[in-house]
Design a binder for this molecule. Sequence first.
Ligand SMILES: [Ca+2]
Ligand SMILES: [Ca+2]
Length: 484
Amino acid sequence: MLAATPLLVWHAVAHAVDLPIPEPTPGQNVVQLVNGTTNLTLLAGAFGPTAVEPREATWVLPPGGYLTIDIPTAWQNTTPGSHKDSPRFWARVGCRYDKDRDITQCETGDCGGRYDCSQAHLAGVAPTTIGEWCFNCGFGFSDWDVSAVDGVALSMDIQPLGTYSPDNPKSPGDVFWCKYPNAVAGADLRASCPDDFQLKRSALGSFIIGSEDGIAACFSNCGKYEYPVAPAPDCPDSDPTCFAWRKFCCNAPASEYGKTCTTDEDCSYGDACWHLPPNMPGGPPVNVCACRGYLVDPPCPDDVCTHQENTAQPPFGVCSEPDCIGDDTVHRVMPRAYSWPNDPQTYDCDASAYRITFAPGGTSVPTTDAGDIPRCSGLPAVYGYATANGLCSGTPTRIFGGAKPSPQDWDCAVTGATLGVLCSWDLACDCNRNSAVAIDELVRAVSIALGQQNADVCEAADLNGDGSVSVDEIVSGVNTALSS
Ligand SMILES: [Ca+2]
Ligand SMILES: [Ca+2]
């Protein structure tokens, strides 16, 4: 880890030189989202009590680019503990998107298949790295953390910008005050992710069979046992997944945490017997069972697993792969990320401007770039396009499909999320396949129907591929022309 220090300093200086510091609207906060890669286009996601839109009027974040989000006053002082609408930001990775039709499919961070997560009021699907905030909370300070608690796709750093107090004016010596960076520049947890914690692209519905596989995300201990859905709250401890979920997601029965103990053996779910200083001066120490983080390679250095002091968190437990990734593994990449459910890695500051950098310093792990939604007709043969196109031909309003390998049925008309590969149907009469139908294209379709021209002047006119152009197909083309 000795090499990390100069990298971190370089990273902070480089950003200060390269990027502008956004000016907040008076009385409000502003967040700048930065793409730290030089080779990937990302889509940003934002979620909060109301819809927001970046000043740049796009969610597309090109390599090295940035977006600027003014934080509405309705996003301030969101009730701590009530996470329903609490502000958060994330990067969507490996997206195929259509901005105009508000439809998108991403490998990680997808929000219900929509392009504009904020307008749709949909948060990103786990696992994805999340920047979580309470803006202008107690004393008007802002609190945040980089959550890796479900798992991590790209690293994230959060940096206060502009002027802020060098020390917490209400609590001098606050070790959580305005601290950054959260992540080691250029590092990527996916590179050190144990096999059992990797979420492979081929496990995702968006994966096109035959394309290159790789690691989309790396689960945390808790995230692994909550994916794709968390166990039922009343699941039996005898089920290993249920027990691991209780242990790593801090979901033991209510009687467990806070129970008086003498040693760890008195605690039933792998939790710690936490020996805290007396509540009252001169009183007895407080010994209670408490959920905790875990290390696979103890001890963890103080600059990797920060805030290990006994009053900040219970002593780490020890665990081993394949059941456990270890919070130390996560913290080697993101020392100040929040990696387990009671991790004290949360920060506060009185800055008004913040910078979130996705993949600070870039990543060397192969990662899917953003791009257009593929045409259904261009997918590999295993998807059985012709059959699916025939079966879906009775769905006149279809623009997008969800392709699944045959003999599975496709989703014929996708308007948001799909468990298949999001793809665009050929539109009737769209001869040049530009997703719009012009008058001359309609004329060509009619002339094929009348036998005046050969079908190859407009293959798209024969929507259902039956070799002829019907009145229905021309009507479908007219409808498309009128709606675009
Ligand atoms: Ca066209
Ligand atoms: Ca036809």
